[in-house]
Design a protein around this ligand. Structure first.
Ligand SMILES: Cc1cc2nc3c(=O)[nH]c(=O)nc-3n(C[C@H](O)[C@H](O)[C@H](O)COP(=O)(O)OP(=O)(O)OC[C@H]3O[C@@H](n4cnc5c(N)ncnc54)[C@H](O)[C@@H]3O)c2cc1C
Length: 295
């Protein structure tokens, strides 16, 4: 396990914005995760769980950031119907996408093009092009905030649009998925999605993905565009010219700019449409504590 005091968090998120953490812990095994959970309890300091940092923006963090990137690996059992996959939380989601393309498996290839970990994708119930993480899960193994490990069947877990009970009830350690064999030529289908993403998303700049959830039946990007936020800039942080709901870092973007620009966007959309936009991106700063365990 590695421990870094005063770690620079900007390197750990895809928007490349961030302050410092009192302590960054990088566990190598599940026991290390338990040690951090118990330490945060004993010292009564907040603990933030970080995966790929692709939907997270940090300010300064007065507490522990637990970065799960090293808890990776998967076990695969194949049958005539498909693949049963046990995968650890820190594994890149793209490993599952690659498997699905190689073996022509259903659905999960739709989640291509974002640098998530599997744990982050479960926690956010990540989704794209009609598929969501929950569609493939058979069970999740997690550690609760007292350090106990549980394995629960997927149907017992309440998932909804970009929402799950994690990390509220604990830290996803691994999960099991069933990926059916597909009738579609997956390799061709995924190429279409990748081309579309390149055309409609700012793939060449540091970004944190969707800033706001879509307030059904409206699209956040559309509302933002209508209130003049597309391309709107505060310092080096801007809403992308390509996709109004994606924040991009044009150079030396700062946390304060992210907060300012989000507030401005929410204010305009509320004034114009009476709609309260809800953040999809996790804004994490020392004052944003939700209980003792999760920032
Ligand atoms: C270019 C780009 C495109 C994107 N496109 C999409 C898209 O199409 N669809 C979509 O849904 N998202 C998209 N995203 C957003 C993002 O990739 C997803 O939300 C993803 O699931 C976040 O995973 P992560 O590992 O990076 O999570 P992080 O950003 O590290 O964390 C996000 C949240 O999950 C929690 N978390 C992380 N790991 C765990 C764990 N093991 N146990 C418990 N909680 C955990 C964190 O505490 C935090 O609350 C995009 C992002 C980018 C940069």
């Amino acid at each position: 396990m590695e421990r870094i005091k005063g770690a620079d968090l900007s390197k750990l998120t895809t928007l490349k914005v961030g302050g410092r953490a009192d302590l960054l812990v990088i566990p190598n095994k599940v026991e290390d995760v338990r040690e951090s959970v118990l330490l945060s309890r004993e010292k009564d300091v907040p603990l933030f769980i970080l995966g790929g940092g692709s939907n997270t923006v940090f300010g300064d963090v007065k507490g522990i950031v637990l970065w799960l990137r090293r808890l990776r690996g998967m076990k695969v059992v194949s049958s005539a119907e498909g693949f049963l996959v046990e995968v650890m939380a820190g594994t890149p989601l793209s490993d599952l996408v690659i498997l699905s393309v190689r073996e022509n498996l259903e659905g999960i290839w739709r989640l291509t093009g974002f640098p998530a970990t599997v744990g982050g994708a479960v926690s956010m119930n990540a989704g794209a092009f009609g598929a969501e993480m929950k569609d493939f899960l058979t069970s999740v193994t997690f550690m609760d905030w007292e350090g106990n490990v549980h394995r629960v069947r997927a149907e017992e877990i309440e998932f909804s649009y970009r929402r799950s009970p994690f990390p509220g009830i604990g830290i996803v350690l691994s999960c099991e998925l069933f990926l059916k064999r597909s009738e579609l030529p997956v390799r061709e289908e995924i190429t279409k999605i990748r081309t579309l993403r390149k055309r409609t998303q700012p793939v060449n700049l540091p970004t944190s993905g969707s800033t706001f959830k879509n307030p059904y039946p409206r699209h956040a990007g559309d509302l933002l565009e209508r209130v003049g936020m597309k391309g709107y800039r505060s310092g080096d942080i801007a809403f992308s010219n390509i996709h109004a709901n994606f924040l991009v870092n044009l150079g030396e973007g700062r946390f304060e700019d992210v907060v300012r620009i989000i507030e401005e966007a929410k204010r305009r959309v509320l004034e114009e449409f009476g709609i309260v936009l809800e953040e999809e991106v996790r804004i994490v700063e020392d004052s944003g504590s939700d209980g003792w365990k999760v920032l």
